[in-house]
Ligand binder design. Structure first.
Ligand code: NDP
Length: 607
């Protein structure tokens, strides 16, 4: 199926709705939710809330002797980014690789998040990395979390990463040792590990956050965050069967992508479920199905790369004759430009394009709202579940069971938009609109602090040449990198993540492209006997200038959006750090850079 690069502008009289009425409704709904404290409304899971961060899966008694040794590469983070960095470095000939990971095993997001109903809403055949290398085809089109976690472990085994890995360990400091030309990595278990290369891939949504609801600390019942699901309390597993809740009244706070997957199980298994909603998600059709064995058997070598590249092209509007994945993401491609910039739609004048997008957006959201009205029997509840904002203001979600759960007599939707969220929590109840909902258990589906890497947040301090702290190097004028991956003054130190480069909804694909690039640079350093991989200040300056020059102006779009983490809770940043031409062009740029002598500028010194 050919993919149209630009939407066409329909005749206004054919629309069946009035755009200005919708615009006004969106504005009013946004204004109801804007809070003066912005992202300050949230709190971390430290101090008196640190029990929310406890690892329910790891051995709490675990101890080991500190390590004082040397490896070739340390990877900080054992999620897919870290695993991909390790796998690609292994393929490039790096023999000694140590992954340092806070959790008790590999998996990252999929290690921590094991809540009932957990699935990945990006097609499994393109989301799970290294499928052909590991020799695996996922069992479902949209994979359950446990299958993904097991695949992360399979990658660990396949690439021999378990032997040297340090689990239940956090890197606490990176310090460049000029004399030894290597990094000294300190951890919270007293390790002092020397490494020639360090790759930091500590995740973007990894730190659970809690709302600063007054009285939250006074609740005397049971409570936890969805990313640390307490099966010891609820019983069951990720497939449901939460028998421990049969006699419990449960409050679920939050209705984002996580809650959408959790609610059907809580609804089925709790005595009574209250879902506290501030902003409804858009909930599209899921249509999950088992993998067709005939299709799996017909796959030719290279199939995953081809499918993944095709998806990236389609969702970023790059002209292509096929849509191999052909799902809700690819059919809403044009709407995603508001989150993931691309230069693919420039053949239509900006104003005309903006109008066409807005109309397409209204049409998509009308479909989503119509679905709510069709599925949810109680009109008042249905009205509350309708999302009034543009499609990419919030993470789109997909479920064939979420809306249906509100037809059960034992499930109540409590709308909290007028009070800007749950008003108060007491020893026994969650309070909204002066109604006290008495509950036994409060579950927070309230998401994660948004980060790029421990390097950017300062959680993992790095001291480069001359003892300069990376945070100080970036204090004036913000982060400076080449391709988002490395920085002058910090040799052989790489970070993975969405900063000063290109992103995509299939973020694992992005991580793989970054890991592959880093491994190619390291392989070339070995080949040439270069001691350092380090961009010059000029190369870095040029890249930052390119990012600024191509930065898309998304401010207006995000300012008009309902608040959420996509727009910094209603206070969008003026400046985008994304590569404006999009991921396909960015990946081509990296390949060209490697081919056309870019490496000459970053490789220096003799081994
Ligand atoms: P989100 O940040 O998306 O959602 C948090 C929810 O908590 C929102 O509904 C928010 O409301 C609500 N909330 C926050 N404070 C309050 C309050 N004081 N009172 C009432 N409600 C409150 O977190 P999720 O864990 O759902 O998702 C995080 C991200 O994880 C997703 O965006 C997605 O990127 C990823 N994810 C991906 C999945 C996949 O399949 N690939 C599945 C699940 C998650 P409001 O919207 O009004 O702020």
């Amino acid at each position: 199926m050919p993919v149209p690069p630009t939407p066409s502008l329909p005749d206004p009289s054919d629309l069946g709705f009035d755009p200005e009425t919708l615009r006004a409704k969106y504005r009013a709904e946004r204004d109801r939710r804007i809070r003066p404290d912005g992202s300050g409304q949230y709190q971390g899971v430290a101090g008196e809330f640190e029990s929310y961060d406890e690892d329910p899966h790891a051995d709490r008694e675990f101890t080991r002797e500190p390590l004082h040794d040397r490896v070739e590469a340390v990877i900080v983070g054992g999620g897919f980014g870290g695993l991909l960095a390790a796998a690609r470095l292994r393929q490039a000939g790096v023999e000694s690789i140590r992954v340092i990971e806070k959790g008790g095993d590999f998996g990252g997001t999929w290690y921590w998040n094991r809540y009932p109903g957990i699935h990945c809403d990006i097609e499994s055949y393109i989301y799970l990395p290294l499928l052909e290398e590991v020799g695996y085809v996922p069992k479902w089109r949209y994979a359950p979390g446990e299958e993904i976690r097991q695949h992360a472990r399979a990658i660990g085994r396949h690439f021999g990463l378990y032997e040297e890995a340090c689990f239940q360990t956090c890197a606490t400091e990176l310090r460049w040792d000029e004399d030894g030309s290597e990094w000294l990595v300190a951890t919270d278990r007293g390790d002092r590990i020397r490494a020639r290369y360090v790759v930091v891939s500590s995740g973007t949504l990894s730190q659970p956050k809690l709302p600063g609801i007054p009285g939250i600390e006074t609740f005397k019942g049971h409570t936890f965050h969805t990313s640390r699901w307490d099966y010891a309390y609820t019983g069951g597993d990720a497939d449901g069967g939460l028998t421990g809740l049969a006699d419990k009244r449960v409050a679920l706070i939050g209705t984002g992508a996580t809650a959408i997957q959790v609610v059907p199980h809580l609804a089925a298994d709790s005595r009574r479920l209250y879902v506290f909603q501030r902003t409804p998600s858009s909930v599209d059709v899921r249509d999950n199905r088992p993998t067709d064995p005939e299709w799996a058997g017909s796959l030719k070598p290279g199939w995953q790369r081809e499918r993944r590249d095709n998806f990236l092209k389609v969702v970023t509007g790059v002209r292509t004759d096929q849509d191999l994945v052909n799902d809700s993401w690819t059919s809403s491609a044009r709407l995603q430009e508001k989150l993931i910039p691309t230069n693919a739609y420039t053949d239509v004048p900006v104003e005309e394009r903006e109008r066409a997008y807005e109309i397409a957006d209204f049409q998509k959201m009308n479909e989503i709202r119509d679905r709510v009205a069709d599925v949810v029997e109680d009109p008042e509840t249905a009205e509350k579940l309708k999302p009034w904002y543009r499609y990419m203001c919030k993470r789109p979600t997909f479920s064939d069971h979420y809306l249906q759960a509100f037809n059960r007599p034992d499930v109540t939707l409590v709308d909290t938009a007028d009070s800007h969220g749950v008003e108060r929590i007491t020893e026994t109840a969650v309070v909204v609109g002066s109604v006290e909902y008495e509950v036994d258990c409060v579950i927070f589906a309230t998401g994660f602090a948004v980060g790029v890497s421990g390097l950017l947040s300062g959680q993992l301090p790095a001291y480069g040449r001359g003892g300069l702290a990376l945070q100080d190097a970036w204090r004036q004028g913000g982060p400076r990198t080449l391709h988002g991956l490395y920085t002058h003054g910090f040799p052989n130190l790489f970070q993975l993540g969405p900063m000063q480069n290109a992103s995509a909804v299939n973020f694992v694909h992005i991580l793989d492209e970054q890991a592959t690039h880093i491994a190619a640079v390291v392989a070339e350093a070995h080949e040439r006997g270069a001691a350092y991989v380090e961009p010059s200040a000029e190369a870095e300056g040029e890249w930052v200038a390119t990012i600024r020059q191509k930065a898309p102006d998304l401010y207006r779009f995000h300012a008009e959006c309902t608040p959420g983490y996509y727009n910094n809770e209603g206070r969008p940043r003026e400046r985008s750090e994304q590569f404006g031409d999009g991921p396909v062009v960015f990946h081509e740029l990296l390949a060209r850079w490697r081919r056309d002598g870019g490496l000459d500028d970053v490789l220096a010194g003799a081994e």
